[in-house]
Write a protein that binds this ligand. Structure first.
Ligand code: NAG
Ligand code: NAG
Ligand code: NAG
Ligand code: NAG
Length: 829
């Protein structure tokens, strides 16, 4: 090998013989050449040496610059101004229920500091251990900006939390919450409830508690740079006739935390837990005394006490206020901004009631105007459900700030991504209270109908998180609080991994709104928004189009499949969004994925529309769209004639199963001294290059994303497979994997229950209903069939969610993309 290289180099180093050289000269030259060989060798070796040194430094340089790429943000100017979320620029959205992970909390959209104490944050949590076995909680109404009504059902009682905001002054205005508690069990003794209120100020702010007689906290006044002066008032509980005011008790304490040991908000619960004490006593009217738990003085965990008291500087404030009352009762908490002068009246009592009623009726009117469910003849309970579904998505919008942990192949260790803010809806307030790239596109399909500004801001925030390569981390685990909730193996985001570019679905909706009504004010904001977004969109598309290419021209392949084939029945493809949906049994570079092909066809088409709207060059996108939508190409790459369905292609065998690993126990030795047998994969027949026979959502993609032409004979097979109860059809929607597939409802490991191997997912069912609507309205041989199936599938899904509490099958609470049911009810696609 080394010799060969040397020879090649020598050859290059020798001057080529000139045509006009005389024979004698040639002879002499040969001689001379012989003499020179040593020199040439020396030269060569010096050359090589220098070359390799340069190469070495170059490699070092490249390595470090390549290693930095993953954490270098995209160079184009941000879509959002740095001040876009501030109280000045966006006062009506400044305060909000932006911490979806807590039962109820108000938060500002503020991105000034990294520490979690960055903003004034008031949380209410129903506490005392039973808090996590709630029957249900969710927003019944929420308009995304000015008010919300939430119901929290516990075993014996219901808490209704309502907030109203009122604009005024320079810092996002005032707001009031009202908490109403009612018993709903028939227990003889009305439940006694403790509510905890927390207020935390940032390091530059201050809080001062004002305590009345009998240790009752009446108010907190404070100041912070962003909020100016403010006052939080805790009104006395108003109790029902049956319970006497004697039951009400309130306790509070204030902490002054040093900067070195000031815990983040994620630790607040711990602080409160550390401060709980059982020594408090209640006297009921009958004279009976009962102990109860309440906040006492805070005893920080041990190590924090070990520093020199002189080092502890007063830097941040934290006030906890506990109110203990017997149900029924009502409490109001007011936040008033000092810059709001000439306030006409305080937002309390009957004024609060009036304001709430007004917002509720405005909400109802806007809801009907937007979705028209009453005019479609829906029942009261259906409409109530639809309102709750939308409200839960709006109430699940959070404002997060922090850094992701990322890694590329050029990094030995994970790195911190640049700090960033994310305004996004979340899949679930309890399990997944953070942003997920592919979920967000589906969320925005609904939110864009209600308030396109939310969609513009959410998409802008996501796109502003893009790095210079065009990559966006797909799961946004920002900050310590979020990280504390995620298993370590999911925290690090890798820049070779994609996620379906569903934000294009939201953009498609914005473009459609603009095209159908270019004059409306909401639409007018679309063009400048797209203009600022465009440089990033271009890079984003290019990133997919270059990093996720497949083995054949115009084919695509998801990167980031599970590598350890032995441990899984079928190595997962988390990046595709359809985690454990069966793909080729043996991941390889020869794979091509039909869903990604379709996402690329869709994205290139939307890129072409956007470029056209902006007067930018659109020919490349149009060409890509044409090529990728070409049904002949699609059939060639993905249609399996044998399986009669669209499929992935790869190194595959269906003859796999999970088996107990054999553990050899030598005779006479006790069995328990050897490791427990794991389940490992056994492959009974060698894999080969072929189409992957796994009928399910993947097979539907050319239909789901409207890539098939309405006259495509493939539609017939697709419609038939969908309607077949032994395959995809159920009375509740389409299952993710055919009931006849060997992997149907199979576990992937002993710990991984089936996820996309049978269960019904609403986002894909929404796409299916939308596609049936599309093909049911397009001229072609399958028009009637598609239209009939449309009615049937849509009705099944809607009826599945006919539940006045707004809960679907097992989802708790009802949030995330399940709310797309509202669009199916409204028939807006
Ligand atoms: C917000 O920032 C932009 C540019 O970053 C600036 O043009 C604008 O005037 C600022 N708005 C306010 C209210 O400060
Ligand atoms: C996408 O990639 C293909 C293959 O590399 C290329 O031919 C095409 O021009 C690209 N599309 C765009 C819009 O850049
Ligand atoms: C398919 O996978 C098997 C097992 O990993 C491997 O031995 C074989 O070479 C692969 N075949 C192809 C064509 O890649
Ligand atoms: C929905 O549920 C309500 C209450 O359970 C019931 O009265 C109503 O008939 C149901 N509607 C449909 C369309 O099933």
């Amino acid at each position: 090998m080394g010799r060969q290289r040397k020879r090649v180099v020598t050859g290059e180093a020798a001057p080529p013989p000139r045509k006009d050289e005389k024979p004698s000269a040639l002879h002499r030259k040969e001689k001379k050449k012989k003499v020179d060989i040593g020199k040439i060798f020396i030269n060569i070796s010096i050359g090589l040496c220098i070359f390799s040194l340069i190469w070495f430094f170059y490699a070092l340089y490249m390595r470090s610059s390549l290693a930095k790429r993953v954490v270098t943000l995209h160079p184009s100017s941000h879509v959002l101004d740095a001040n876009s979320s501030s109280a000045k620029v966006s006062p009506e959205r400044f305060w909000g229920s932006y911490r979806p992970q807590v039962y109820f909390g108000m938060k500002t959209r503020s991105m000034m500091w990294m520490r979690q104490f960055s903003d004034l944050d008031v949380n209410l949590r129903h506490t005392c251990e039973q808090g996590d076995r709630l029957q249900g909680y969710g927003w019944l109404m929420h308009d995304g900006i000015t008010f919300g009504v939430q119901e929290i059902r516990d075993n014996d009682f219901t808490l209704t939390t309502e907030f109203v905001k009122k604009m005024g002054g320079d810092h996002g205005g005032d707001w009031t919450w009202r908490i109403t508690a009612k018993q709903h069990s028939s227990a003889p003794q009305a439940p006694v409830i403790s509510l905890m209120f927390y207020a935390a100020a940032d390091t530059q702010g201050s809080l001062e508690a004002h305590v009345e007689e009998r240790n009752r906290l009446a108010s907190i006044t404070g100041f912070s740079e962003e909020l100016g002066n403010f006052k939080i008032t805790f009104r006395k509980p108003v109790t029902g006739e049956l319970s006497s005011a004697k039951y009400a008790s309130s306790l509070s304490f204030q902490l002054q935390l040093s900067s070195d040991c000031s815990p983040g908000l994620e630790k607040l619960t711990d602080i409160v837990k550390h401060s709980l004490n059982r020594r408090f006593v209640y006297s009921s009217p009958s004279g009976e005394k009962r102990h109860y738990i309440a906040v006492d003085t805070y005893k920080p965990p041990h190590h924090q006490n070990q520093q020199n008291p002189a080092d502890i500087r007063k830097e941040s404030d934290f006030v906890v206020h506990q109110v203990t009352v017997q149900t029924p009762f009502q409490i109001e908490v007011l936040f008033e901004s000092g810059s709001f002068h000439n306030r006409p009246n305080q937002l309390v009592g009957s004024i609060m009631t009036q304001e709430l009623e007004k917002r509720k009726s405005e909400f109802d009117t806007k809801f009907e105007k937007t979705f028209g469910l009453e005019s479609k003849g829906y029942s009261h309970s259906h409409i109530k459900f639809a309102k709750a579904a939308l409200s839960n998505m709006l109430g699940g919008v959070g404002y997060f700030y922090g850094q992701s942990v990322v890694q590329s192949v050029y990094n030995e260790y994970p790195l911190l991504y640049p700090e960033g803010a994310l305004f996004t809806a979340v899949p679930s307030r309890s399990f997944f209270p953070r942003g997920f790239l592919w979920d967000e596109g589906f969320h925005q399909l609904l939110l864009s109908k209600w308030d396109p500004q939310v969609t513009r801001e959410a998409i802008a925030h996501w796109m502003d998180l893009m790095n210079m390569e065009g990559w966006i981390p797909r799961e946004q685990i920002l900050g310590d609080e979020a990280r504390s909730k995620v298993p370590a193996e999911f925290v690090v985001q890798r820049n070779e991994n994609a996620n379906p570019p569903t934000l294009f679905l939201g953009l498609q909706e914005l473009i459609q709104q603009f095209s159908s009504n270019p004059d409306k004010t909401a639409s007018q904001a679309t063009l400048p928004f797209l203009r600022r977004l465009f440089p990033r969109l271009k890079t984003w598309f290019e990133w997919y189009n270059t990093t996720q290419t497949g083995p054949l021209p115009n084919s695509y392949r998801w990167r980031g499949r599970d590598k350890d084939t032995n441990l899984f029945l079928n190595p997962k493809t988390l990046t595709s969004g359809l985690d454990d949906y069966p793909r080729a049994s043996h991941p390889s570079a020869d794979e091509r994925h039909v869903d990604l092909h379709c996402w690329m066809a869709l994205s290139s088409g939307i890129m072409a529309s956007i470029a056209k709207l902006l007067g930018e060059s659109h020919q490349d996108y149009e060409l890509s769209h044409k090529v990728l939508s070409d049904n002949n190409l699609l059939n060639e790459l993905h249609w399996s004639e044998q399986l009669r369905s669209f499929s992935d292609f790869g190194n595959h065998t269906q003859a796999v199963s999970l088996q107990q690993e054999k553990v050899y126990v030598p005779p006479g030795q006790p069995r328990h001294q050897f490791p427990v047998a794991r389940l490992v994969r056994s492959v009974r027949r060698a894999p080969k290059q072929q189409f992957v026979n796994a009928l399910g959502y993947i097979s539907l993609f050319p239909f789901l994303l409207h890539i098939l032409t309405p006259d495509s004979p493939k539609l017939e097979h697709i419609l038939r497979d969908m309607r077949d109860s032994n395959k995809l059809w159920t009375p509740y929607g389409l299952r993710s994997l055919s009931k006849s597939d060997p992997m149907y409802m199979k576990r992937n490991t002993e710990h991984d229950a089936p996820y996309w191997r049978g269960p019904i997912w609403i986002n894909i069912n929404y796409l299916a209903v939308r596609a049936l609507h599309h093909y049911g309205n397009a001229e072609g041989p399958y028009k009637e069939k598609a239209a009939a199936l449309y009615e049937e599938l849509r009705t099944n899904i809607i009826n599945n969610y006919n539940d006045s509490t707004g809960r679907g099958q097992g989802s708790h609470p009802f949030t995330g993309w399940s709310a797309l049911t509202v669009l199916m009810m409204a028939e807006q696609y």
